[in-house]
Design a protein around this ligand. Sequence first.
Ligand SMILES: Cc1cc2nc3c(=O)[nH]c(=O)nc-3n(C[C@H](O)[C@H](O)[C@H](O)COP(=O)(O)OP(=O)(O)OC[C@H]3O[C@@H](n4cnc5c(N)ncnc54)[C@H](O)[C@@H]3O)c2cc1C
Ligand SMILES: *[C@@H]1O[C@H](CO)[C@@H](O)[C@H](O)[C@H]1NC(C)=O
Ligand SMILES: *[C@@H]1O[C@H](CO)[C@@H](O)[C@H](O)[C@H]1NC(C)=O
Ligand SMILES: *[C@@H]1O[C@H](CO)[C@@H](O)[C@H](O)[C@H]1NC(C)=O
Ligand SMILES: *[C@@H]1O[C@H](CO)[C@@H](O)[C@H](O)[C@H]1NC(C)=O
Ligand SMILES: *[C@@H]1O[C@H](CO)[C@@H](O)[C@H](O)[C@H]1NC(C)=O
Ligand SMILES: *[C@@H]1O[C@H](CO)[C@@H](O)[C@H](O)[C@H]1NC(C)=O
Length: 537
Amino acid sequence: MKHLSSYFTFTTAIALLFSFEPPSLHTPENFVQCLYNYPHITDSISNVVFTQTNSSYSSVLDTPIQNYRFFNLSGKPQVIVTPLDVSHIQATIICSQRHGLQIRTRSGGHDYEGLSYVAEVPFVVLDLINLRQITVDVENRTAWVQAGATLGELYYAISQKSKTLGFPAGVCATVGTGGHFSGGGYGSLMRKYGLAADNIIDAHIIDVNGNLLDRKAMGEDLFWAIRGGGGASFGVIVAWKIKLVPVPSTVTVFNVARTLEENATEIIQKWQLVANKMDERIFIRVDVKKVNSSEHGKQTIQANFVSMFQGGVEELIPLMQKSLPELGLDRKDCTETSWIGSVVFANVVLGGSSVNEAHEVLLNRTRFRERIIAKAKSDYVMKPIPVEGLQGLWRLLYEVPDGELEFAPYGGRMYDISESELPFPHRSGYIFHIHYAVVWREEGDEAAQRHMNWIRRVYKYMEPYVSNSPRAAYVNYRDLDIGVNNNGYTSYHQASIWGVKYFGNNFRRLAIVKTKVDPHNFFRDEQSIPTLSDEEN
Ligand SMILES: Cc1cc2nc3c(=O)[nH]c(=O)nc-3n(C[C@H](O)[C@H](O)[C@H](O)COP(=O)(O)OP(=O)(O)OC[C@H]3O[C@@H](n4cnc5c(N)ncnc54)[C@H](O)[C@@H]3O)c2cc1C
Ligand SMILES: *[C@@H]1O[C@H](CO)[C@@H](O)[C@H](O)[C@H]1NC(C)=O
Ligand SMILES: *[C@@H]1O[C@H](CO)[C@@H](O)[C@H](O)[C@H]1NC(C)=O
Ligand SMILES: *[C@@H]1O[C@H](CO)[C@@H](O)[C@H](O)[C@H]1NC(C)=O
Ligand SMILES: *[C@@H]1O[C@H](CO)[C@@H](O)[C@H](O)[C@H]1NC(C)=O
Ligand SMILES: *[C@@H]1O[C@H](CO)[C@@H](O)[C@H](O)[C@H]1NC(C)=O
Ligand SMILES: *[C@@H]1O[C@H](CO)[C@@H](O)[C@H](O)[C@H]1NC(C)=O
């Protein structure tokens, strides 16, 4: 009954707002007409509206799709709008409500479950590909970055202005700042400076009524919510103002591989004890996968220790000798470079071609075009995984060709920030997080099922070794296996199943903010923050 009554409240509100329109008016043509007639358009909108019959529709929709698991799905948008300015977004928000369409906002298109461009309801994709302006203010150590800009574009723009300023966000150059910052955003500067979200000082968002709000106008509750709670539940983020952080002119990177025969398990055991406690200028990630061993002519498990240190090699070597001598890091494993060089290096590790590439490679938005299909999940580790736990994981990795684990250490600045400071709650007490991924190339349902089953089995296997009550997860590694909303109305109680995994005790405050800023739950998807009913409030 509760759901039914809130549904009626919703339709009544829409009817009051826009005068009653029968569903026959809910056609893409009427929506487009509404955009064309919208009164306050500052720049012609007719060049940025793509209906399904438009010859460019498919390329506009498909080019940013990063995971081919969502390539051929039926849930395609009725219309795609690629706004050039704020008025185009305002028109899309108002006209979508008037014509019974939902909105999915897309910045980089990296969402792990395709939520920024796939839906089972009539909807519009608002793709921010044209909103990519970046203004760097070196004097004040700040920058404004529009939400459609990628991390690569941001890092490049900063490096053009200063060699000693950087920004603590993710590695992958093609990730969008719109999704990434609003979900937290970690990278190799995390232990020194925290998350991207920890370094946001202002934002521009357009709310459900089409109002453009800055930090002051939106208030501290909404400003809190969009720094880690995901942007999609609250409105459309147009731009962020960020605090740039100092980086030394020389940093050191390495990527050292060790197989099981080269003591990978023992080194990882030690890594678990020290990686979150070391000097906060060092970040050592571990990537684990199955490889063909050249020496033994058979398969083995290989761990890659991928690192960035904010300093020179002379300082790094003794530091490693002290904390992780088991790795046997040698000077010749290390490369000294600039901070921006370290970003290029990190992208090469992710699958780019060469360390000697020009920094402009960071501007390439279609860099990883290999048609991979992928599924990922995440976990948080609070006490070191015992050796038999690791060995069981290795056995699972032998079963599929392309299973990958990534361990990313916390500590440092992450432990200084309280778990309620921002919606992202995974702070002190967490040693590292795990990113599980499986990648495949064969098309069709059978291959998909096989690989999805594998990663779900890994997740089940890991249960005794990771956080519980809740079993924490990272919203930027979105995983619909942990729970989904009903299309339409999900109670706060139902949504808590997945909500507390991502947000811990912050989930309730997110729902309170949501209820205040979008009471009729217009901005919604399979894992959007629910509104609170009167009883729950
Ligand atoms: C290769 C790869 C590497 C990655 N590496 C890292 C990493 O190092 N660190 C890390 O933290 N994460 C990493 N991620 C995860 C990444 O942070 C998330 O996938 C992130 O959500 C992507 O943001 P996007 O804008 O590219 O995605 P999108 O698919 O465009 O959006 C993701 C979500 O945010 C919403 N959204 C997007 N833009 C806006 C906006 N302007 N206003 C409101 N809502 C919006 C979307 O609707 C959707 O719900 C990686 C992902 C990939 C694929
Ligand atoms: C497709 O959409 C674009 C952008 O709105 C427009 O400029 C173009 O004329 C359209 N093409 C066709 C064939 O409708
Ligand atoms: C998508 O559909 C096309 C055309 O039917 C097909 O050739 C392609 O293999 C499909 N791709 C995926 C990833 O399923
Ligand atoms: C730095 O900030 C001050 C105060 O907000 C402002 O007056 C000044 O113009 C800014 N500097 C630059 C280079 O924009
Ligand atoms: C592995 O560890 C053993 C025992 O600590 C050591 O003797 C050996 O040299 C190590 N092997 C490699 C390749 O580092
Ligand atoms: C490893 O070896 C197998 C069997 O010889 C082969 O099919 C596979 O392509 C190889 N993988 C890599 C990454 O070289
Ligand atoms: C971007 O990268 C892809 C894949 O490596 C390449 O094919 C393409 O030419 C690059 N684009 C530009 C503009 O450099």
